[in-house]
Design a protein around this ligand. Sequence first.
Ligand code: TTP
Ligand code: MG
Ligand code: MG
Length: 396
Amino acid sequence: MARIIMHIDLNAFFAAAEVLRHPEYKGKPIAVGGGNRRGVISTASYEARKYGVHSAMPSYMAKRLCPSLVILPPDFAYYKDLSNRFFQYIRKNYSTIIEPLSIDECFVDMTDALKDVKDVKGYLKKLQNGLLKEIGIGCSIGISTTKFLAKMGSDYKKPMGIVIIRKKDIPTLLYPLPISSFYGIGKKSTEKLKRMGIYTIGDFAESDSLSVKKELGKSYALFKDWIHGKGNDTVICEESNPKSISSSSTFLFDTSSYEEISSSFRELAKEVSESLIKKEMVALTVQITLRDMEFHTITRSKTLAFPIESTLDIYSQGMSLFEKHWKGNALRLIGIGVSSLHSKENYSVQLSLFDSLPELDSSTRYLIEKLNKKANKELFMIAKDLVKKKGGKNGT
Ligand code: TTP
Ligand code: MG
Ligand code: MG
């Protein structure tokens, strides 16, 4: 059965992210990038694009085109966090088969989600508005039967586009586009193709020229397939083999309460641990993120000598990072995550040793005491102590 593939890309991502935390820039020409003489523009708001400002343009040139342009320095940790929330939103509400293509875009297998949907456009409009409400950033969506066509669809209309490309729509929708907009054909090849008389995607689709074949080499047959509606429709879901797992939480009100922050960390550590256990993985690195009211973000991590997976271990390692790096200031967002992931099977030997590691034992005991004291009753204990207490024969 044919799959239904969606490609979704955030509009003017870094610039939109800045407008989100600086509403005073809404509707104004702004850009994100290096402000000095040698700096380049990462991206520009749609208002700035009207002046000809675009990605990869030297900042001084952008300023010349648009003297009122405000150029803000990039904050990658903040964008990464928004990006995670964007992917999470899709994963939670639409499909778990999701493949990020870059920080602001992903392919999603929507076959299941759309199988009983009559009004596809209306359905996607809801997704788009939901994302705008949840994350605060607009997006463009392309839907088709291959990854290539879905990507061409999301590029077709910006901002806030929703473009469905059926095979029969390819000539009307894509043939008139300039060859430079063909996903996969780079700048250099574009220039060469133009010299060969290939100005539009239609020219390429209908050409049989030997020199074009030579220029594109092995990719020629692939690109021909793509533009005729054949091609890859497998969305590779990184989730099944993640590089890291993390969870973050934004406080309703900024807080400097140790108790509140600590209990949030525990909740988040629980989510991370559950996800880790479900994937039968263990982690060697723990990371925390702290963001204050001015959106200054710090991330701190530590790599352990032993693998961990439990809520308590993730929580205690995260808290030790927190206690070391927190300056007592009010926080807006905290996050905790694990990386350097390994399958549990590979680590089973170490895990059995791990049980007797004194460092872990003492930190866990310390934590349990602290938690029980807070709860005023013996809510938590180490599993092996429980076995001992119950007089279990296997209590080692
Ligand atoms: P894009 O999705 O290519 O661009 P965009 O989101 O800014 O705008 P559009 O509405 O056209 O999708 O890239 C995503 C982010 O990646 C972008 O906001 C900034 C960054 N980026 C760079 O840093 N340098 C570049 O040359 C490009 C193209 C993007
Ligand atoms: Mg984008
Ligand atoms: Mg993009």
